[in-house]
Structure formats: C-alpha cells, structure tokens
Design a protein around this ligand. Structure first.
Ligand code: GLA
Length: 421
C-alpha cells in the first residue's frame, strides 16, 4: 500500500502537481548547535565523560544555548549527529539509542530539549550503515521515519555513506515522503549532493529543492582555514549552478560553523560568520559552549550579521570581484524598492602578506547602482551609518585572511513634488 502511495506521489511530483516537501519549515536558514565537527564520534564516556556523545552532552548544550543567550538570537535547534545509535535494532526492528550513553532514550531527551523552548534534531543515513558504522535506514524507511516522529523529532539529517549513488535521487525523496506521512513537521537535511560531487556528478538542484529543506553540497568542513577556503571556493565556482536554488524552505549547506574551536584565528572566524551569512547558509555551531571565549561568542551572537543570514528574501549571495587576492561577495537583501535591492557586502582577503591591505572599488562596479545611494554600516563596527552613492568608493583595509563586512540599505529618493499652478 505504501509502495503504491509512494509511486503515486512520485508520478504527481514529476507532473509538478504536488511539492515533495511542502512542510512549511525553514523559511529562513535553520540555526542551532550540531555535535559533529567538535565532538565527532567520542563514545568512551569513562575516559571522556564530558565530551562523549551522550544524553548529558546534549542536555548541557541545550541548557547553555538558552542561558548564554544563543537561543534568544535565533539558535534554536539542538542536533545529534552520528554515533548515538546502538549497533543493533530492538526486538521489533526499531532503531534504539545506545543504552548506556542515552539511558532515558531519545524521546525523553527530545522532551527535555523542548522544555527549554528549543527544537530537536537527529542523524541517520540512507545506506546500510551510518558513516561511523551504526545501522542505516535503507530497508526501514517507513518504520524509521515513524520512529523519529514518535520521538517528537523536529529535524532529520540523512547522510549518504554505505549507499548506492543511483538509489539516492529516488530514495531520499521516498524517506521524505514517509516523514511527511507521519504528519509531524520535520526539517529534512539531505546529503546526497555531497556524495555526487565527490564522484564528479553535478547534483540536480531542481529535485533537491523540491524534496529537501537543506542539503550538504560538498566536502565535510574540518577545523582549519584551509578547509573553510576549500568549501568557499567551491561555493564561488558553482554559484550559478546552486545559488538560484536557495530560497525560503530550501538551502545550500556549506556545513557547520567552526567558530570557537581550535583552527581559526579571530579574523578567520569573522570571515566565516560573514561569508556564511552572505551564502544564506544554515548556521550550526559545533563548539564547546562551556569553554567558548567571549570574543567567539560575540561573533556568533552578532545580531546584525544574523539578520543578514536570516534575510526573508532568502537570496544566496555571490562572489562579484576577485583582484589581487581580494574578493568581494555581495548578497541582495531587504529593504527593496522597485528593482533596487539593499546589499550585504563582504570584502574577504586571501592575502598573507602581513598587513591590512587597502582596496578601493566604486560601489557601481559591484552592482550597487541605486541613484539615491545607500546608508552603509560596518557590521563588525559600531552602528554609525554613512551615505554612499554608486560612484563612492568602498575604501577599506582588510586584514590578512580577514573580512570587512557591510550592510548597505537603499535610500529611497523622495518623490518629486508636482507644482500646482
Ligand atoms: C559524514 C557527514 C558529516 C558527519 C559524519 C558522521 O562525513 O558528512 O557531516 O555527519 O558523516 O559520521
């Protein structure tokens, strides 16, 4: 019966009659905390009681998300990644959490997260196993979607290890279909394009945007500036292919924020936050909120930058200038007047010659042509606004591997007054 229902769904969605996803979620990029980048697959709670993937870790991070002000600025998901599962399904074939590390089960943990006013996300894998070798969903799509709904899960990341590439374009939508059939709204994060690009296949973004709220386009982020640049370069090179498919309810995902960890300098941390906002990226921190430094917290909680990321138009930004190892990325944002947009502008340096490098570029050369100009504000500075017109120069000094990040709100020209004789 379910097979027939799914076949009908596939036929209708090909005909454009139903939207595969249509869950009304993630109208702006999701924000929250995700375990993987920082806590990986640490499962030895005897040796590492504070770091292991366990009930305690997620409750602690949920507490801190609220008490340290992250939830108030928009970070509202607490998401488990790999290594939460028991290696065996239960007697009824259902997924179960590792009983020692999650002694109260996932439903209880989700209830705790909800009691803090947050939402709860989980991880699984479309294949036979998760990337770390725990049971995957491949033969149990319907049952596992129902299990997640019964645990009151709000978000599912479905990875793609140990799966056949050819199965993904139909298999991921099928899991999404079963998620929708549960009646519980759950954000759907798909990983299949990352597995396609790994094999040199260009993802079909039309299908992705129809079936997933977000999708990992490319390689995993690692705790280094080199990894960050590697992903940014890919997003720049492929911006014409992927950019148009970002929008309310469906986002490209360059992976987690590294801010607060070991690999980025302060300037590089500011760069990641700015560029992720330009890309309309999901903002998932993956850091230890117990020990994060105040300057990193300040970057993560910069509400003016978060507002760029969460701009309601959901238009993904682009790299528009690249000279002398200085890049300029812009993103169209609100407010809009006629065909004139406001902009976020990130000047990003990939130089390493030790001093803040000066660049001068007229606004009109990077697409800012509103005749009455823009009120411009430095998003890492104070709230002073300066009027710049299209002929004005962006005239800034950028630190090596750092950024200068601006918001430019359009100025609406006053309508000319008609004289009455
Ligand atoms: C893959 C994903 C990562 C993470 C790990 C977990 O590598 O891309 O984001 O989920 O698996 O094993």
């Amino acid at each position: 019966m379910q097979q027939i229902a799914f076949a009908a769904f596939v036929a209708l969605s090909i005909a454009g009659v139903v939207s595969g996803l249509d869950n009304g979620l993630s109208l702006t990029p999701p924000m929250g905390w995700l375990a993987w980048e920082r806590f990986r697959c640490i499962t030895n709670c005897t040796l590492y009681p504070d770091d292991c993937i366990s009930d305690k870790l997620f409750r602690t991070m949920a507490d801190l998300l609220v008490s340290q002000g992250y939830a108030a600025v928009g970070y509202d998901y607490i998401n488990i990644d790999d290594c939460w599962l028991s290696k065996e399904r239960d007697a009824n074939g259902r997924l179960q959490a590792d009983p020692e590390r999650f002694p109260y089960g996932i439903k209880d943990l989700a209830a705790y997260v909800h009691s803090k006013g947050l939402k709860f996300g989980i991880y699984e894998d479309f294949g036979n196993f998760t990337c770390a070798g725990y049971p995957g969903v491949i033969d149990n799509l319907k049952l596992d979607a129902e299990t997640f709904a019964s645990w009151d899960v709000d978000y599912v990341k479905l990875d793609g290890c140990y799966a056949e590439l050819v199965d993904m374009e139909t298999g991921y939508p099928e899991f999404g279909f079963h998620m929708n059939q549960t009646g519980r709204p759950m954000v759907y994060s798909c990983s299949w394009p990352a597995y396609q690009t790994e094999k040199g296949i260009d993802p079909n973004y039309t299908v992705l945007a129809q079936h997933c709220n977000l999708w990992r386009n490319y390689d995993d982020i690692q705790d280094s500036y080199a990894s960050l640049r590697h992903i940014l370069d890919y997003f720049g090179q492929k911006q014409d292919d992927m950019g148009p498919f970002a929008g309310p309810g469906h986002w490209n995902d360059p992976d987690m924020l590294l801010i607060g960890n070991y690999g980025l300098s302060l300037d590089q941390s500011k760069l990641q936050m700015a560029l992720w906002a330009i890309l309309a990226a999901p903002l998932f921190m993956s850091t230890d909120l117990r020990t994060i430094r105040p300057e990193h917290k300040e970057i993560l909680q910069n509400t003016r930058i978060i507002a760029i990321d969460q701009d309601p138009l959901g238009i993904q930004g682009r790299i528009v200038y690249n000279v002398s190892k200085i890049e300029i990325w812009t993103r169209k944002i609100t407010p809009v007047e006629g065909d004139q947009y406001s902009f976020a502008i990130a000047v990003a340096s990939r130089r390493d010659d030790g001093y803040p490098y000066r660049i001068q570029v007229p606004l009109k050369d990077i697409g800012l042509t509103n005749p009455a100009g823009y009120m411009v504000q430095d998003l890492y500075g104070d709230e002073t606004e300066t009027l710049l017109v299209p002929e004005s120069l962006i005239d800034v000094r950028v630190n090596p591997s750092g950024t200068v990040f601006w918001r430019a709100n359009i100025v609406v020209s006053t309508p000319s007054v008609t004289k009455i004789k």
